[in-house]
Design a protein around this ligand. Structure first.
Ligand code: ATP
Ligand code: FE2
Length: 314
């Protein structure tokens, strides 16, 4: 069985091709970037423009054609409404033209399951840190349970907002990571509430410090140290509470080396093992959507779009 997966929840239009054994035959994406953040109309225009080209490249990379594809999985949500609809209309048209079934899947669950498959894990504790999402998740009785999450902004969005303020472009995470290497620590609020975290107060404080003349390098370093320590604390508590001894980091912020280092130290100290996904599977892409589609093919069909679909919802 061969599945085509189409990602279109936010900035990235991606297409992946995967076999039922989890062999990634192709994974091609084209990401919207800008100086001013994620502007809905521009994202829609971007996705419309690149869709056919990305498909063509994916088919070429995977040495497949429509006749090899068993069905189309697509990311139905959660995500940016206009981005979801562009993707949906595209897959709907392809499905009709080539007589394929549609399987709408949850983008967040896809991040978790591609990481689990890639690392051949059995029952990890997941830390999912992307633009919109910051969640600590475990599996219980075949369902996802959110043990803790952000009470306001996702960590990636917080970093991107900072990026917009200091004009380092979008997405800001990679540039912040570079700037942080040249920074030193300044005190920032550390906001952990029970099993949840909050980032908006940190962003406000960072903006105030910027106005006072603290360098962006120092602020990048301090934001990373503070926010990553908050996550490590909550994840450690979740692992202690559930007895899980594998941690899997997924989502775009998972590309950050310092975050990985801190989580790895935390895991080693408690005799647990830390896993991540390779760069090309960490951010948004189509292969994860294809794999999630394979796993959920009997559960979901054409579900249109679900902009607010949570991991712990059916
Ligand atoms: P989701 O819909 O899963 O919430 P998303 O579409 O917002 O996700 P991802 O592609 O998973 O996002 O992640 C994008 C985020 O990752 C952006 O906010 C970006 O700034 C951040 N990011 C990317 N690389 C790094 C890095 N090296 N350090 C920190 N953050 C990073
Ligand atoms: Fe994502």
């Amino acid at each position: 069985m061969i599945i085509l997966g189409v990602e279109s929840t936010a900035h990235t239009f991606g297409i992946g091709v995967i076999s039922e054994k989890g062999e990634i035959l192709a994974n091609v994406k084209d990401m919207f970037t800008s100086k001013g953040g994620l502007i809905p109309d521009e994202v829609v225009e971007h996705h419309q423009k690149v869709a056919e080209v990305v498909l063509e490249k994916a088919f070429k990379q995977g040495k497949v054609s429509w006749s090899d594809i068993d069905f189309i999985a697509y990311s139905a949500g959660p995500g940016l409404d206009p981005a979801l609809w562009v993707g949906y209309h595209k897959v709907k048209a392809w499905a009709k033209e080539h007589g394929k079934k549609l399987v709408g899947v949850n983008h967040c669950c896809a991040h978790l399951s591609i990481g689990k498959m890639f690392n051949k894990l059995d029952d990890p504790c997941y830390l999912y840190v992307s633009g919109v999402n910051t969640q600590i998740v475990v599996e219980e009785d075949g369902k996802y349970r959110v043990m803790g999450e952000t009470l306001d902004l996702g960590l990636g969005n917080m970093l991107d907002k900072f990026g917009r303020i200091v004009k380092i472009g979008f997405p800001a995470g990679p540039e912040i990571e570079k700037l942080a290497l040249k920074g030193k620590y300044v005190d920032l609020p550390y906001v952990v509430k029970g099993m949840d975290v909050s980032f908006s107060g940190i962003l406000t404080k960072v903006e105030q410090l910027l106005d006072k003349g603290i360098s962006k390098e120092d602020l990048c370093f301090s934001m990373q140290e503070t926010c990553f320590a908050m996550l490590a604390e909550v994840v450690e508590r979740a692992m202690a509470h559930t007895g899980k001894n594998e941690l899997l980091l997924v989502g775009g912020v998972g590309a950050n080396k310092r975050l990985c280092e801190m989580l790895d130290i935390m895991c080693k100290e408690r005799g647990a093992k830390f896993f991540k996904v390779p760069m090309d599977l960490a951010g948004d892409q189509g292969a994860m959507i294809a794999w999630e589609g394979y796993l959920r093919q009997k559960e979901f069909g054409d579900v249109e779009v679900r902009p607010h679909w949570r991991v712990d919802e059916d």
